[in-house]
Write a protein that binds this ligand. Sequence first.
Ligand SMILES: [Zn+2]
Length: 145
Amino acid sequence: MSAPGYLDALSFARSGASLEGELRADQLPRLQSNLTSDDAAVQYRIVGIVEAGRPALSLWIEADVRLTCQRCLEPFRQRVELENVLPVARDEAELARWETDDPLVDALVADDRLDVASLVEDEILLSLPVAPRHPEGECGAGFQA
Ligand SMILES: [Zn+2]
């Protein structure tokens, strides 16, 4: 399986391009260091869209990862499914304007060599819990009443 490489974020968004594929944990070193085992499989799809007049990357990610429960210290499987739309600003000045309008905006600055694996990895890392735990009732460290 080859690495997905790079894309030009702004022209990708404007042209409505799309890209999908699969990544393994060993292609995602920062994520890998958070996982209990290396068998994570990550599927992703990136589609260029224009939303509210802004070029954007629509991102869909599905992954199965193994985390360590911080309560009982046993590994467990966690399913990650996320969808996010990331507007692409032309430059830092435009991004700053967007952030003034909406301090919570989650946007990228145009990059003609956007690292696809790194983008997917960032989104997964942001979605993982800070202190992963078994779902209620499934943890061996004690029963919930
Ligand atoms: Zn547990």
